[in-house]
Design a binder for this molecule. Structure first.
Ligand code: M6R
Length: 592
């Protein structure tokens, strides 16, 4: 969480900082700030609130050519101007922005206080600024001060650092939080990901853990562990700035929901050439030889894996799914030859990075499935599968879920060289298109739901996995309390929650459980619930509220999930909420 930018340019840096921060505001948005060298002094401007508020507050013309910026998701200290970044060291020698969490910050802070340092904010970042200042006082060299800071503090950090005696340089350091350098015609830049730099840079350098260095107008210096200078290796990215255009949509979430069908198509095109699957042969061999597949993920990605493990079991593989933050502290595999599948849209999720270090010690093959090329999880895996979903800007994940489930279906198909999955996904694409064309009915249902305090989702089997995802979507962007239950569990407790007009949304995709599911829905209806039935066309009753066109049963969630996504979207719209940036959340969860 938190996004950082920095740049040394031959043009005023203000607009790069502000526009850049806007593109990574999904990483956190409770406060924002920039520091720009104005003559010899770094001027700091901060607000509580959004980057737009900062933009409005700043003078339009700030001439400085060198600056750093930050958009914050609070970890240490409440969202406030004082806690907003950049933070200056005691004497003002250093100003820094930080993404990450310093685990030993209390001990380090106490040690500094004993040396006479005092602090304005509650943040761990101000502690780092002062550690660097203290180290500089002893070494008289900024690189040495940063290198020592990296052994003094424990935790995660991506740092951009201004040093008031060198107003044409930005220093940086990185451990466990992402940081990239971009080189363009008008200077060198830094950011938490590619997005801020797409308009100003065309060549990029990925900074790895325990690396530090500096950028100036025409130079980049990087050092690794043991302070050895490192070669600068540039790469390009396929991401285009146009990917951030809303194309006439009012919100990214709506745009991204309606990209579902094209996501499925792109995945099929990338992993099937019309005759055979295009997955890495060595990776396929390792999956086939594995005696257990362990899926690790969080949130929406976890829900995608619940379905994925069903596909793998059907394809003959023993497989288990774990919430990453749970598995990290209680790791388990029943196999002797395990393949770990790390599923992550962002590829930067801290809980998964923790699991990665655990899984590496347990031996086995690590596969990352991610939408983010070059991400930490991708770089640390034995194999990476890209999701090709394009940038997902809205904090609530929609098209990435569709791509995740589709990728797992393709992979499970490839296990037994069963190309029927291709025709099945083509049926999904047609059905998704039909839901997109006919989603007005969901808007009407959303009007009813928007006035409620509690909403329940019910499903059995794969519909329960889907219910979990739809419930998460609703709660995260509408702030309505919502839970998902397996249909059969209701009578074992949750039915006590049902009151008059409580919305209960039931999914019906499987002939085997249809009757049991309809009985469960009758039971809640008899207790006053307003039941909303979402069924597959092959099982539909005339009175069902929303019927989706044919898709093979095992992939039906790829179609019905659009119902849940639209419902959440229109409820949030009706409630007048900030749909793309819901409260308290961030897109890339880089702290545990
Ligand atoms: O980037 P990841 O897929 O690892 O993120 C996992 C979750 O944080 C994420 O899916 C989260 O649940 C979304 N906000 C859901 O919409």
């Amino acid at each position: 969480m938190c996004g950082i930018v920095g740049g040394v340019s031959n043009k005023p840096i203000r607009n790069y900082l502000i526009e850049g921060l806007k593109t990574i505001e999904y990483r956190g948005y409770d406060s924002a700030g920039i520091a720009v060298f104005n003559g010899k002094k770094a001027e700091i401007y901060k607000v509580r609130g959004r980057v737009e508020d900062l933009d409005n507050k700043l003078e339009k013309r700030i001439d400085g050519l060198v600056g750093i910026g930050h958009t914050r998701w609070a970890t240490h200290g409440e969202p406030s101007v004082i806690n907003a970044h950049p933070h200056a060291s005691k004497s003002g020698l250093f100003s820094i922005v930080h993404n990450g969490v310093i685990e030993n910050f209390r001990a380090v802070k106490n040690a500094l206080m004993e040396k006479g340092y005092s602090f304005l904010s509650e943040t761990d970042t101000e502690v780092i600024a002062n550690v660097i200042e203290e180290n500089y006082r002893h070494t008289g060299d900024v690189y040495k001060a940063i290198s020592k800071m990296m052994s003094d503090v424990k935790g995660s950090y991506a740092l951009a650092i201004l040093f008031s005696k060198e107003p044409d340089i930005i220093y940086f350091a990185k451990n466990r939080s992402p940081l990239l350098i971009g080189r363009g015609q008008n200077g060198n830049f830094l950011a938490s990901d590619y997005l801020p730099m797409l308009k100003v840079a065309d060549q990029f350098v990925t900074i790895s853990d325990y690396q530090y260095g500096s950028i100036s107008l025409d130079d980049i210096k990087m050092f690794g562990r043991n302070d050895h200078p490192l070669p600068i290796v540039f790469h390009e990215t396929e991401l285009k700035p146009e990917a951030l255009d809303l194309n006439g949509y009012p919100h990214y979430m709506l745009k991204e929901i309606e990209e579902a069908d094209s996501c499925v198509k792109l995945l099929v095109d990338n992993y099937y050439d019309g005759k055979s699957f295009l997955f890495d042969k060595e990776m396929m061999r390792q999956i086939k030889e594995a005696d257990n597949i362990v899926f690790l993920a969080c949130g929406t990605s976890y829900h995608a894996c619940l379905l994925g493990s069903r596909f793998f079991r059907k394809a003959g593989k023993i497989s288990d799914v774990y919430i990453a933050s749970e598995w990290a502290y209680n790791p388990y595999t029943s196999g002797k030859k395990t393949v770990y599948i790390f599923m992550s849209q962002s590829g930067e999720t801290a809980d998964l990075i923790h699991c990665l270090s655990v899984a590496k010690k347990m031996d086995g093959t690590i596969i990352t499935i991610t939408n983010t090329q070059g991400s930490t999880l991708s770089r640390s895996a034995d194999h990476t599968l890209l999701l090709y979903a394009g940038i997902e800007v809205a904090v609530a994940s929609t098209k990435a879920y569709v791509a995740q489930v589709s990728a797992l279906a393709l992979l499970a198909g490839a296990l037994n060289d069963d190309a029927s999955v291709i025709a099945d996904l083509e049926a999904v694409i047609a059905a998704q298109q039909s839901v997109i064309d006919n989603h007005d009915k969901i808007k009407n249902l959303a009007s009813f739901v928007s006035g409620k305090n509690d909403v329940y989702f019910l499903g059995r089997g794969l519909d329960y996995d889907l219910a979990l995802e739809c419930s998460l979507k609703l709660k995260e962007i509408t702030y309505i309390h919502s839970e998902a239950f397996p249909g059969g569990e209701l009578k074992h407790g949750p039915i006590a929650l049902i009151e008059k007009d409580t919305p209960v949304i039931g999914f019906i995709s499987d002939a085997k459980t249809e009757l049991a599911m309809r009985s469960n829905l009758h039971e809640v209806e008899a207790r006053g619930a307003r039941v909303i039935v979402v069924s597959s066309i092959t099982l539909a009753h005339p009175e069902d509220d929303f019927v989706v066109p044919y898709a093979p049963k095992y992939l039906s969630s790829l179609v019905k999930v659009l119902f849940g996504q639209y419902l959440a979207y229109y409820v949030a719209l009706k409630r007048g909420l900030n749909i793309d940036k819901p409260r308290n959340l961030a897109k890339s969860v880089t702290v545990e």
